[in-house]
Write a new protein. Sequence first.
Length: 137
Amino acid sequence: MSYHIAPVKNYHVACYRATRFASIGYNLNHARSLVINLETTRYSDGLRQVVIYFQDMTNDRFDRGLIRESGLGQRTGTSATIRLPLHEYADYYHLLQTEKPLFFMWNIEGGAGAIQTIQLTSFEEPIGEGESDSNAA
């Protein structure tokens, strides 16, 4: 297992609707994505961008089978693609909107680049800081 961490540089969001996601054979009702650009550090292993697709799948095989078979996503070169359920979007988006600094952490298992764990995190912060972040200026 290989663990990595990189500071988040910036991000952008997208919302879209499609009738078919042909590459994995699922029907989609609605989807969102976050593109997170990372700073390169000695701990980032060259990863520069993470694209997280949040999808409302009409087939529950997404949660059970697809993730179990291939992890949360794949790393290819300097980018990674992650797929998560749509109901998790608000949590990730809220962190990107309100916290600074933020770090993206991940681990890869096996030689195929399958990402098994991800975490978007701040580190130590003052207690009782509330919604506004005094460090986010």
